[in-house]
Design a protein around this ligand. Structure first.
Ligand code: ADP
Length: 477
């Protein structure tokens, strides 16, 4: 027997219709290239989206065609999020919820970018779950500033989530420096902000220097992810500026949000150190997302041990890549997506991302987590940013190399970095090489560009200095 409920397709026009009917007066604010802020209402933005869809149709764009955007975050980009997926002929039936709505490419941090094709249904379900209090949790009274680019990973679903909730939206345009973002957060009374850790590292430095210039009293929630969030960053924002951070984990392939490090009621009642440690994890899977960790011995128990590949499945997880038959091995026969991330899951269901499989330092047959080392280095006073990569080594296959950026006016030494790490890691994990650099190369979306670092320092341990460096490599017991 079939259920007898209405079969309403889950499509993006539902979001637009809801916002137009109920939230038409709410605001989408965009920073323009001349630094002024343009404020349009949802009625105006969604009206413009309809006109854009009709203009694109007049230009000959048809259902199934692809329209590329290459824009900063601003109202025009929001308009394309609604216009492009909804181009149908007025003689055609409604959009099928399984139809393609949008495509995003992975940023290519570790390899060739691959295309992911979202459906209307996957976008709508993702939007509903992102709006949960344990995730973005924004409501009609809120104001969201996604500092995640709309050209990447679906801007974490923020444009759709904010529109459906009727929250105001704030878009920073081309000005992504800490000062400009903080000004915008102050003037627009932002309540919810999202972005990758490197953005917030810059914001922390600016707040530490000039907190008196900004008023962040409206800010309720920061969702940070896309790369591991160091515990020291979470602590610094909470203890020095009273701002709490929740970490999210996800990928272009997971629409992208798949897990969030909200605290369960049990953990919220625990001591602060435990709470920080849990906020620094990748979090618990969102509703409807299944996770497991898998290594050569099979599916691992949720006991927080080991380093195994994280696999996910769910209604907003990719089932295949676009036009990439060579990537079919990323999908298991029993219907899971292999993330390429090395992780463990604890008994409470909290995921810890140990590393990307391609970034783990393979030293003498053992694995060293580059993420754990760099997060610990970023906890050192005076350190602004740090990245750790594995560099080929004549004796140990690979050894870790740390690149460290110091805060203005601070000094340090390689020995001081190793001494800072020594209490937390086995001796053989400590980076032999520590280089102090003015900046760490980043991808277009602000992640550490480890491929480029590896390439740049390819011969680091192979050069003449290798004998002295090798002498530093502690022998394992
Ligand atoms: P790319 O692989 O090109 O960077 P994405 O931008 O989709 O593609 O990034 C997804 C990857 O980002 C994940 O596989 C993971 O390695 C990393 N990532 C995302 N969120 C986190 C997080 N909270 N902690 C650690 N790594 C994260």
């Amino acid at each position: 027997m079939q259920g007898l409920m209405m079969d309403v397709p889950l499509t993006i026009p539902l979001i637009a219709r809801h916002a137009e009917a109920l939230h038409g007066a709410k605001i989408v604010a965009s920073r323009l290239p001349d630094r002024s802020v343009r404020r349009l209402t949802y009625s105006e933005v969604l009206g413009r989206a309809r006109r854009l869809a009709s203009a694109l149709k007049q230009l000959g764009v048809r259902r199934g065609d692809r329209v590329a955007t290459f824009c900063w975050n601003h109202h025009q980009h929001v308009e394309t999020y609604f216009a492009v997926p909804c181009i149908v002929d007025p003689f055609e039936e409604e959009i099928d919820e399984r139809e393609a709505a949008a495509m995003c490419y992975t940023s290519g941090t570790t390899g060739r970018p691959k295309g992911v094709v979202y459906s209307h249904r996957s976008q709508l379900l993702h939007t509903l779950v992102v709006l949960q209090p344990s995730c973005l949790g924004v409501s009609e009274s809120g104001c969201v500033m996604p500092v995640v680019p709309m050209f990447h990973a679906n801007a974490w679903g923020a444009p759709y989530a904010a529109t459906l909730a009727g929250a105001n939206q704030v878009h920073a345009g081309p000005f992504l420096d800490a000062r400009s973002l903080l000004e915008l957060m102050t003037t627009e009374r932002v309540t919810h902000a999202m972005g990758v850790p490197t953005i917030w590292m810059g914001i922390l430095q600016e707040l530490d220097r000039h907190a008196e210039l900004y008023d962040l009293s409206s800010l309720q929630h920061m969702l940070i992810g896309g790369a591991a969030v160091p515990e020291s960053l979470i602590r610094a924002f909470a203890e020095r500026h009273g701002i709490s951070i929740t970490q999210g984990w996800g990928m272009t392939e997971t629409s992208p949000v798949a897990s969030v490090s909200y605290l369960t009621s049990e953990l919220a009642a625990s001591d602060v150190d435990t709470q920080y440690a849990y906020r620094a994890r990748a979090g618990r899977p969102l509703p409807l997302v299944d996770v497991r960790v898998h290594d050569e011995s099979g599916i691992r128990p949720w006991d927080d041990s080991g380093m195994a590949e994280l696999e996910v499945r769910g209604p907003w997880v990719a089932g295949a890549y676009y036009d990439s038959p060579e990537s079919a091995d990323r999908f298991t026969e029993d219907g899971w997506f292999k993330t390429g991330d090395v992780a463990s899951i604890d008994a409470r269901g909290y995921i810890t991302i140990r590393d990307r499989a391609k970034d783990v330092v393979k030293s003498g047959g053992e694995w060293i987590s580059s993420v754990a080392l760099e997060n610990a280095i970023m906890g050192m006073p005076g350190v602004a940013e740090a990245a750790v990569v594995g560099i080929a080594h004549p004796r140990w296959d690979e050894r870790p190399l740390a690149l460290v950026v110091l805060r203005e006016g601070c000094t340090s030494t390689a020995d001081a970095v190793r001494a800072h790490l020594a209490p937390f890691f086995p001796k053989w994990w400590l980076p032999d090489g520590v280089e102090f650099v003015p900046a760490i190369p980043k991808t277009s979306v602000g992640k550490f560009q480890k491929r480029e670092i590896r390439e740049r320092y390819r011969d680091y341990y192979a050069q003449a200095a290798v004998s002295s460096v090798a002498a530093l490599s502690p022998q394992r017991t």
